[in-house]
Design a protein around this ligand. Structure first.
Ligand code: HEC
Length: 203
């Protein structure tokens, strides 16, 4: 009898503890930060590649590559991608070769052994726009443009996030506190977690 009683008492306290924990959790509110109030989730975009039966649209892919080459490549590396990987975007061997040849990649002078550059070939990787992080920072208001190879995987809702970021530049709202306004060389963009980023709206 005493044992049953003690089990019941123990059970009572366990349930009471669990209950108070639950109520506490439900009523607990984090103090909202300014970033939290102004930050926006990625736009609701739909891509041909969405879902289990999604398909990549070859023309869209090739246009994306062109934009990378003409705009983003000035600042962002794509160091995990080799030119031959572009076959996945629907290019044939000759096209991959021609595309690679349009880039200068690091090479070695065959007579002097000195570092030089040469036109790319299919097995080369995309060259980096900056020699090192110091040069990258110096050219970008002290921020390093991140490598874009895995960007869509690295961010939540990646494709929609990148799309939203690129189309999300706007004037900072009137109600934004002074401390959160973009300083020199920063640009207001509510899709970026801290609201201000060091990348100007790409042209
Ligand atoms: C003039 C240089 C420059 C160009 C051109 C540029 N970017 Fe950026 N980008 C940056 C810098 C610098 C950052 C880092 C910003 C920061 O941390 O505040 C960045 C950050 C990013 C981020 C990361 C945001 C995050 O969540 O960390 C993405 C995605 C991005 N750029 C995509 C692009 C794409 C796509 C293009 C081409 C359409 C492009 N950028 C063109 C300089 C550039």
């Amino acid at each position: 009898m005493a044992r049953i009683l003690s089990i019941l008492v123990g059970l009572f306290f366990t349930v009471a503890l669990a209950w108070s924990l639950l109520v506490g959790l439900l009523n607990f509110e984090m103090p909202h930060s300014v970033e939290h109030d102004f930050h926006e989730h990625p736009k609701d975009v739909h891509f041909a590649s969405d879902g289990a039966f999604g398909k990549f649209d070859r023309q869209q892919l090739q246009r994306g590559l062109q934009v990378y080459k003409e705009v983003c490549a000035a600042c962002h590396s794509l160091r995990l991608v080799a030119f031959r990987d572009l076959a996945a975007l629907g290019y044939n061997e000759a096209e991959v070769k021609a595309f690679a040849a349009g880039f200068q990649v690091p090479g070695i002078d065959q007579t002097t052994g000195e570092a030089t550059t040469r036109p790319g070939i299919a097995t080369d990787y995309f060259p980096k726009p900056f020699a090192n992080d110091i040069a990258a920072r110096a050219a970008n208001n002290n921020a390093i443009p991140p490598d874009l190879s895995l960007m869509a995987k690295a961010r939540h809702d990646g494709a929609a996030y990148v799309y939203s970021l690129l189309t999300g530049y706007q004037d900072a709202p009137e109600s934004l506190p002074e401390a959160n306004r973009p300083g020199q060389g920063l640009y207001y963009n509510p899709y970026f977690p801290n609201l201000n980023l060091a990348m100007a709206r790409p042209q």
